[in-house]
Design a binder for this molecule. Structure first.
Ligand SMILES: [Ca+2]
Length: 196
């Protein structure tokens, strides 16, 4: 009996693993995103979830970025779920900014009639289900979210990569110098040998 239960548990576990929804995705240019479709996070909770992964809620602050994520989610989902993104109005009338950088919106993809700050209570921005466009909603609504790689960590990683390559070059030059030193010092060894 115990054996049957064990087999059943293992089977159920493997089934659960099999149907797990993949949340890590790469856009066409190789950028990494974490996309959670479960409607159970408020805007601040979504931030926390991204931070846990050393990531940020996505800031769609250029047409390039819009096309990057729009292409990806349209490829992944037949109908768009609702996702929190990093935009908010900081409770200041019509001053929308990206919480990641504090930059005011220069590119927008508002849905019809948005943002409307309904009842003066809609301060956080999302990509709205089915329309693939931006809407404002109360920050406490429970939605999914999209995380992107932390832009500052990404920039630092690039700088580190360049530095590593430069160090590698220096190291190669250093090796050549050491070889040259070794070759130049050979007569000394020969001299020492002959003097013994
Ligand atoms: Ca609204």
């Amino acid at each position: 009996m115990k054996r049957i239960i064990l087999v059943l548990v293992v089977t159920l576990l493997s089934m659960a693993t099999g149907i797990a929804v993949e949340k890590w995705h790469k856009s066409e240019d190789g950028s990494l995103f974490y996309i959670d479709t479960e409607a159970k996070y408020n805007w601040h909770g979504a931030w926390n979830e991204c931070a846990r992964k050393n990531m940020s809620l996505i800031a769609i602050d250029s047409r390039y970025k819009h096309l990057q994520i729009d292409t990806l989610i349209k490829k992944l989902f037949a109908a768009c779920p609702s996702f929190w993104i990093a935009g908010h109005d900081n409770a200041i009338d019509l001053r929308y900014e990206w919480a990641t950088s504090g930059e005011i919106f220069s590119f927008t993809n508002w849905g019809p009639g948005q943002p409307d700050r309904l009842n003066n209570n809609e301060h956080c921005i999302l990509i709205w289900q089915n329309t693939w466009q931006w809407y404002d909603l109360p920050c406490g609504h429970k939605l999914g979210f999209i995380c992107e790689e932390n832009r500052y960590i990404k920039e630092k990683a690039k700088e580190l990569e360049i530095l590593k390559k430069e160090c590698q070059k220096d190291d190669d030059v250093g090796k050549s110098k050491n070889i040259a030193l070794f070759i130049n010092s050979k007569p000394t060894f020969e001299y020492l040998k002959s003097s013994n």
